[in-house]
Design a protein around this ligand. Structure first.
Ligand code: ZN
Length: 340
C-alpha cells in the first residue's frame, strides 16, 4: 500500500513547482515488544526486565519522548537511569533537522543495547501513519503523529503502561484528552536526579560516573544554583540605600523561586574508576607526587613513583587502586606513560 505526498517547492529561479513523492505504508513494522504476537519479529532493545519508576508514575512504564524533551534533556538521557524509551521516527527526524550534535548523541544512546532505546518507524507503519492536512503546520502534524503512535501502543500492548513526555503544554493537554498519560519531563526525569552536592566532605570521595546513594537535606537547606555563583559587586557599587535594599529583596525572591534540593553522598553503590590521562604537578618532591588529570571533573590523585624526573615532561596514564578516608588525595600507582 502506498500514498502520495504532494508538496510545493520554490526552485532556484523563483518558480513554484509541485512535487509528488510516493510514501509506502507497511504492515510489517515491529513494535519492539517480545510479548507481541501480532507483529513480525525483528531485533529489539526494549526489555521487560528493565524498570522505570518515579514518584509520579508508580507502575513500571515505557516512555515515548517528544522532540523538545530530547533537545532539552539530552544530558539527563545520557545517564543510565532511564531505559525502555521508544523513539518515534517522526521525533528522530525532527531532532536531526533541528540539532545535529544532539541527534548524534541520541543515536549513540540508541545504539547501546543496555540502554533499551528502540526506534519505531511510526511514519511508515499502517496503524500509525497520518496524512498531513493541507492547512496543518508541520509542528501540529508531528504532534498529532506522536499522539497517534502513543494511542496505538496503548491499544497494541494493553498489558504495559505508556507515558508521553512533552514540554509542549498544548500537546500534553490534547494527549490527556485522548487518554494518553502525558507529563512534562520535569515531573519524570529531572526530579529524580538533580540534587546539588555542596562541599568536598559531602562528596564523600565520589568520582564522576560513580553510582551513588544520596541523602536529600531538609527543604530549609536547599539552595538556588545561582546562589553558588552570585557576586555581591553590583550591590556594593550602589550608593543609594533604598536601591540597594530593593536589589537585595529581588535577589532573595529569585533565589527562593529557583531553589533546588541539596544533599550529601552517603554511599557509593558502584565505582566507575577508569584510567586517567594527565601530567605530574610541578614542584612535587620525594616519592609522593600529585597527578593532575586532564579531565577537570576528576580530582588530583596522589601517586607514588621514583621516576618523577622522567615523567614530569610526559603525559601519563594513572589508575586509582584505593581511596582511603584520609584528606588531600587518593593513593594510587603510576601505570604507564602515554606518548603523544
Ligand atoms: Zn507488536
Amino acid at each position: 500500500m502506498h500514498t502520495t505526498k504532494i508538496f510545493i517547492k520554490k526552485n532556484k529561479i523563483g518558480n513554484y513547482l509541485k512535487h509528488a513523492r510516493e510514501h509506502y505504508i507497511r504492515d510489517d513494522i515491529y513494535c519492539g515488544f517480545e510479548i507481541c504476537d501480532k507483529c513480525t519479529r525483528a531485533t529489539t532493545s526494549l526489555s521487560s526486565k528493565h524498570v522505570n519508576k518515579c514518584g509520579l508514575i508508580k507502575n513500571n512504564h515505557y516512555l515515548i519522548l517528544d522532540t523538545n524533551v530530547i533537545l532539552d534533556q539530552i544530558d539527563v538521557l545520557e545517564e543510565n537511569l532511564i531505559g525502555n524509551v521508544i523513539i518515534l521516527n517522526t521525533v528522530l527526524k525532527e531532532v536531526k533537522h533541528r540539532n545535529m550534535p544532539i541527534y548524534k548523541r541520541l543515536i549513540s544512546i540508541i545504539e547501546n543495547p543496555s540502554r533499551h532505546f528502540y526506534i519505531f518507524i511510526n511514519d511508515y507503519n499502517k496503524g500509525t501513519y497520518l496524512k498531513q492536512e493541507l492547512t496543518e503546520l508541520i509542528n501540529d502534524y508531528n504532534d498529532r503523529c506522536i499522539r497517534k503512535a502513543c494511542s496505538w501502543y496503548i491499544e497494541h500492548i494493553p498489558d504495559e503502561n505508556f507515558v508521553l513526555l512533552t514540554e509542549d503544554k498544548n500537546n500534553r493537554r490534547i494527549a490527556q484528552e485522548e487518554n494518553i498519560p502525558a507529563y512534562s519531563s520535569k515531573y519524570n526525569i529531572q526530579g529524580v536526579i538533580i540534587v546539588i552536592i555542596r562541599g568536598y566532605s559531602n562528596l564523600n570521595r565520589v568520582i564522576d560516573g560513580d553510582v551513588v546513594a544520596i541523602e536529600v537535606f531538609d527543604k530549609d537547606q536547599w539552595v538556588s544554583p545561582s546562589e553558588l555563583v552570585l557576586e555581591d559587586d553590583t550591590i556594593n557599587a550602589l550608593d543609594d540605600n533604598l536601591e540597594r535594599k530593593e536589589l537585595e529583596i529581588s535577589k532573595q525572591r529569585t533565589l527562593k523561586k529557583n531553589i533546588k534540593p541539596t544533599g550529601r553522598i552517603v554511599g557509593i553503590i558502584k565505582r566507575k574508576w577508569r584510567q586517567y590521562c594527565g601530567i605530574l604537578q610541578e614542584g612535587s618532591a620525594a616519592v609522593y607526587h600529585l597527578f593532575l588529570p586532564a579531565d577537570r571533573k576528576i580530582p588530583k590523585i596522589r601517586i607514588e613513583t621514583r621516576q618523577a624526573e622522567t615523567l614530569k615532561t610526559q603525559k601519563i596514564i594513572v589508575a586509582i587502586d584505593s581511596w582511603p578516608r584520609i584528606p588531600i588525595s587518593q593513593r594510587s600507582y603510576y601505570n604507564r606513560n602515554k606518548s603523544f
